[in-house]
Design a binder for this molecule. Structure first.
Ligand SMILES: Nc1ncnc2c1ncn2[C@@H]1O[C@H](COP(=O)(O)OP(=O)(O)OP(=O)(O)O)[C@@H](O)[C@H]1O
Length: 234
């Protein structure tokens, strides 16, 4: 569905990615894992086009999108829910959600998409008129994922969804991600919460030091002693 091939990327002179490759299978959840500063967020930025690839390619269903703008990629269905939620805190939940569908506003399906988001996250329906900045961390994360869904993604990328959330909310959010993939969406999850991520994911890739280290099914990675000892500390 989406192929990242031999990507390198820089911030100024500092190289953040070297030869990173990653494949997403349609309608599956892939977890992108690795230690701090491994290059996980940068990989998502290269896919969404907010950081340029210095070499390598990104393609969506065999169409090369490496040189496309972020807006063109959103129109193709690549949607990035960034780390830290980045909501408009003084706007209502509903207005934040509607903004997520901005690029699709001409297709007049905003209401249907809002209803779908509210079905997935009933908590957001209850709080639709509340200022987003006044909600709990978990509710804000639901709003950030919901806003991403409003753009009608084919590939939904979520960065550090579980960061700072209570365990019970983390479990709920992972279940919702699974449900989203089961509706036919392709999901790429960047996660520090390795155990949960490998439980919900179908595939996983580990990057470290800006390089791809291991890729396989989530089950293979869960059962690999080498992977566990090298990357997950047990
Ligand atoms: N905006 C930026 N400007 C300069 N360097 C950056 C920037 N963002 C990330 N980096 C650097 O790029 C490298 C990869 O960072 P990245 O955020 O992609 O890693 P990560 O795996 O997502 O880490 P974390 O889990 O800590 O968020 C790191 O060395 C980081 O310091």
């Amino acid at each position: 569905m989406l192929d990242v091939k031999n990507i390198s990327a820089f911030y100024g002179d500092a190289q953040a990615l070297e030869d990173v490759s990653l494949s997403l299978q349609p309608h599956q959840v892939t977890a992108l894992l690795g230690p701090n500063a491994a290059g996980k967020s940068t990989t998502l930025r290269v896919i969404s086009g907010t950081v340029a690839a210095a070499s390598g390619s990104v393609s969506l269903e065999s169409q090369d999108i490496t040189k496309m703008s972020p807006a063109e990629r959103v129109n193709l269905g690549i949607v990035h829910v960034p780390e830290g939620r980045r909501l408009f805190g003084s706007m209502t939940v509903e207005d934040n959600l509607i903004l997520g569908g901005y690029s699709k506003r001409k297709d007049r399906k905003t209401t249907q998409r809002l209803e779908k988001v509210y079905d997935l996250f009933p908590r957001l329906a209850e709080r639709r008129k509340q200022e987003a900045g006044l909600m709990s961390g978990g509710e804000q994360q639901m709003c950030a994922v919901g806003r991403g869904l409003m753009a009608d993604p084919r590939v939904l990328m979520i960065d550090e969804m579980s960061l700072g959330l209570a365990p019970v909310i983390v479990t709920q959010m992972f279940q919702i991600v699974r449900d989203i993939a089961d509706t036919g969406m392709t999901v790429l999850l960047v996660e520090q919460h390795v155990k949960h991520a490998l439980e919900v994911a179908d595939f996983a890739t580990i990057i470290d030091g800006g390089k791809t280290r291991v890729s396989g099914t989530a089950e293979e990675l869960r059962n690999s002693d080498t992977v566990r000892e090298s990357y997950f500390g047990s």
